[in-house]
Ligand binder design. Structure first.
Ligand SMILES: C[S@@+](CC[C@H](N)C(=O)[O-])C[C@H]1O[C@@H](n2cnc3c(N)ncnc32)[C@H](O)[C@@H]1O
Length: 259
C-alpha cells in the first residue's frame, strides 16, 4: 500500500507534468478521444464528416477555398491531420520553386495536400497520390474532383506504399519522380525512401519533402538522410498542424545521387 504522504508528494509532480505537456494532452483529447466519441455517436467516419462540411461550405472548382474550408473545420470543429496552412505554405513554395513535372505523394488522407500541390503545379505536370485506406481514398477522390482536378492531373492510387512503389514503373508508367511528399506513417519513411532508390525512381536533383520529422518524429529517416551521403538536407522548423504550441518540422532532401 502507498502511504497517503507518498501519494500527496506525487501531486505537485503530476500537476507540473500536466501543465508542461498540456498541449499534447489537449491534442490527444481532440484528435483521439473526441474523434472516437463522435464516430460512435454519429456512425459517420471523421473524414466523411469533414467532407460533408467542405461540400456544404466550399466553392466547387476553387482549390484555395476548399483548403480554407478544411482549415475552418479543423480549427473550429474537429482536429484532423491535414498539413494545415502554415506548413502548407512551405510545401506550396517548394512546388513553385522546383516546378516538378511529376509528383508522388505518400499518404493522401482527405486530399488536402493533394489539391494544395496540384494547384501549384506547372502546366502538363502530373501528381500521383497513394492512400492505403479505401475509406479515406474515397473521400479524397471526391475532394480532388470537387477541386476540379481530373485524372490526367491527379491519379489516386489505393494501396500501401510498399506495394505501390515497386509497381509505379510498370503499372502506372511513372519512370522517375521529380518531387516526393511523404506524409504517411512515419515508420514507413525510411523504408519507402530506400524503395524509391532501389527502383531507380529518383533522378539527380529530385526533391523529397517529409512532414512531421520532429513530432511525432522520424529519427531513423533523418539519420539515414543526413548520414548516407546521397542527400543534401534542410530542416524547415515550424509547428504542428493547427497547434502552434507543439514544435514540428519538415525535412527537405535533395537527391545528389552521390555516395
Ligand atoms: C497524416 S495523413 C496524410 C495527410 C495529408 N498529406 C494532408 O495533409 O492532407 C496520413 C495518411 O497516410 C496513410 N498511410 C499511412 N501509411 C501508409 C502507407 N504505407 N501507404 C499508403 N498510405 C498510408 C493513412 O491512411 C493516412 O490517411
Amino acid at each position: 500500500m502507498v502511504s497517503p504522504a507518498v501519494a500527496l508528494a506525487f501531486i505537485p509532480f503530476l500537476v507540473t507534468l500536466i501543465i508542461r505537456y498540456r498541449h499534447y494532452f489537449l491534442l490527444f483529447y481532440r484528435a483521439v478521444l473526441l474523434r472516437w466519441l463522435r464516430d460512435y455517436l454519429t456512425g459517420i467516419p471523421r473524414e466523411e464528416r469533414a467532407f460533408q462540411y467542405v461540400m456544404t461550405h466550399a466553392i466547387p472548382g476553387d482549390p484555395q477555398h476548399i483548403l480554407e474550408t478544411f482549415d475552418d473545420w479543423c480549427i473550429h470543429c474537429e482536429y484532423i491531420g491535414n498539413v494545415g496552412p502554415q506548413k502548407g505554405k512551405i510545401l506550396e513554395r517548394l512546388i513553385y520553386e522546383n516546378t516538378p513535372l511529376t509528383v508522388l505523394e505518400l499518404g493522401t488522407f482527405c486530399g488536402y495536400t493533394t489539391i494544395l500541390m496540384a494547384q501549384a503545379l506547372p502546366l502538363g505536370a502530373r501528381l500521383y497520390t497513394v492512400e492505403m485506406d479505401p475509406g479515406k481514398a474515397a473521400v479524397a477522390e471526391k475532394v480532388i474532383r470537387l477541386a476540379g482536378f481530373d485524372e490526367d492531373t491527379v491519379e489516386l492510387i489505393v494501396g500501401p506504399s510498399e506495394d505501390v512503389i515497386p509497381e509505379l514503373k510498370e503499372k502506372h508508367g511513372l519512370q522517375q519522380v521529380a518531387f516526393v511528399f511523404m506524409d504517411h506513417w512515419k515508420r514507413c519513411y525510411l523504408r519507402d525512401l530506400q524503395l524509391l532508390e532501389a527502383h531507380d525512381l529518383l533522378p539527380k536533383g529530385a526533391i523529397i519533402v517529409a512532414d512531421n520529422v520532429i513530432f511525432p518524429g522520424a529519427p531513423h529517416f533523418l539519420q539515414y538522410a543526413k548520414g548516407c551521403g546521397k542527400y543534401q538536407c534542410r530542416l524547415h522548423r515550424t509547428s504542428l498542424e493547427y497547434v502552434r504550441a507543439i514544435p514540428d518540422g519538415m525535412a527537405q532532401l535533395t537527391y545528389t545521387g552521390l555516395l
